[in-house]
Design a protein around this ligand. Structure first.
Ligand SMILES: [Zn+2]
Length: 464
């Protein structure tokens, strides 16, 4: 082999290396973060959509893109809560539990939305939860303690994020809303305002529920005030953000998967997984039309460790019957037990008969709980004051346990697990999704878009 051939081969290798190093950075980013998502929940969605012979956008992303497992441990612990889980993705830095994108010493690493804004990109965050809830808020605010939601609301309107749509209306004081208007936001407090023409030159702050949104299955059954579907909010956000000359970063937060899993409510969780899948369809359609966009799908942690299980003696292995019973539940456990509790406050006796009267008609055909089951739910519902939604958990867990023979739904815990979680996506930079990663790795993939925007000269602006 001549020296010249060697030199030529070396030059080729160097070129290949340079080409790899200069893989194009994404122009825009869509991060779909479903709070509490696990592989077991994705399997439930997959199985039910297959039973209904419907396609799944999340499966399409998995099939077309790249996949990794992500470890979620926060700073100083093994199990994470929503704020620290989101913060790690948002900043690329491990944060302690209960803090939002702020380290114990007060250092505030910039979030991907902070960097995108500084680089001149458009930014947005939409959520089915309160915008001030730790899961979404970690992308918007820097706070030592997640429960400081009024301070978080004030911080959110100061960020200058172009599109902010979700719940949490009652965490925004009139003064916070006034500051938002002064900062150039059109403030929408009723989802019917989405039907009107929205001012194109204004930023959007839409707060469509006092707290988080109601579950999709309650909304669809007319048991809750109408709120927009996550996919609709996403389409609106994309329409506005995609006009930006230097690209955008949009965070799409499907908040209620986590909540339904905490309650062990497989049907409400399935409804939120379907809403997540509709949002994934909007994202996938956008990415196919704009291949310079990076789409990432992930979560902040696994909630509750859901899986379908088998039963022995007599052997049952799960099938369309179990799926149909889960999908046939017509209201969430929380809305049903809240209704029971409201009737108790109105003077009725809280007992098994009252609970059966409210809950049984909302369960699928063929589901018949016995007296002992109803008594167990009544006993659990009688404990505690029920001032906060999560005080319903003992009763929702009792109902889930009673329904297990019909649903084969197995739950590991009422809280979060240290399990590695799904991280997948497609588009420029998604090739790095392989093997086992830390959740902080996602930040680097998104940051490439902000670096690219920062390196691009600003569009011509009138200078004084
Ligand atoms: Zn949670």
């Amino acid at each position: 082999v001549s020296a010249r051939t060697l030199a030529a081969a070396l030059a080729l290798l160097l070129c290949a290396g340079r080409a790899r190093a200069q893989a194009p950075a994404p122009r825009s980013v869509i991060l779909l973060l479903a709070d509490g998502l696990s592989w077991g929940q994705l399997q439930l969605l997959h199985d039910e959509l297959a039973r209904e012979k419907l396609p799944s956008a999340l499966e399409d992303v998995l099939a077309a893109g790249h996949t990794a497992y992500c470890e979620t441990a926060p700073l100083g612990a093994l199990v994470v809560e929503s704020g620290a889980g989101s913060s790690a993705v948002a900043t690329g830095v491990k944060i302690a539990n209960r803090s939002l994108s702020e380290l114990p010493d007060g250092t505030r690493p910039p979030t991907i939305l902070d960097l995108a804004r500084r680089a001149g990109m458009a930014t947005g965050l939409i959520s089915t939860g309160r915008l001030t809830h730790a899961g979404p808020a970690a992308f918007l605010a820097h706070q030592k303690e997640r429960d400081n939601e009024y301070a978080i609301a004030r911080a959110i309107v100061e960020t200058g994020t172009d599109v902010l749509l979700g719940g949490g209306r009652n965490r925004f004081t009139p003064s916070a809303l006034g500051r938002a208007e002064a900062a150039g936001y059109a403030v929408l407090l009723d989802s019917r305002q989405l039907d009107a023409d929205l001012p194109a030159e204004k930023k959007l702050l839409g707060l469509f529920a006092d707290d988080g949104f109601p579950y999709s299955i309650d909304r669809d059954a007319g048991r809750a005030a109408p709120v927009p579907d996550l996919a609709r909010l996403e389409a609106l956000a994309l329409e506005r953000l995609s006009r930006a000359p230097k690209g955008f970063v949009l965070v799409v937060n499907s908040r209620l998967v986590d909540e339904a899993a905490h309650y062990h409510d497989a049907a409400a969780m399935l409804g939120e997984l379907r809403a997540t899948d509709r949002a994934a369809r909007v994202a996938l359609d956008f990415v196919r039309a704009h291949p310079d966009t990076l789409l990432l799908v992930t979560t902040n942690h696994d909630t509750a460790g859901y899986g379908m299980e088998y039963r022995a003696n007599p052997a049952r292995w799960g099938g369309d019957g179990e799926l149909a019973r889960i999908a046939g539940q017509k209201a969430s456990y929380l809305s049903l037990l809240s209704e029971v509790h409201a009737r108790e406050r109105a003077g009725e006796t809280l007992d098994a008969a009252l609970i059966r009267g409210v809950v049984a008609p909302r369960l699928a055909e063929g589901v018949a709980l016995n007296d002992a089951d109803w008594a167990a739910v009544a006993a659990a519902l009688s404990v505690g004051p029920k001032r906060r939604p999560f005080e319903y958990s003992p009763a929702t867990h009792a109902l889930a346990a009673a329904l297990e023979p019909y649903y084969l739904a197995s739950w590991n815990t009422g809280t979060h697990l240290s399990n590695p979680v799904p991280c997948f996506g497609l588009g420029p930079g998604s090739e790095s999704l392989r093997g086992l990663l830390q959740n902080t790795a996602l930040f680097g993939m998104m940051k490439a878009a902000a670096d690219r925007a920062a390196a691009t000269s600003s569009p011509a602006r009138a200078r004084p």
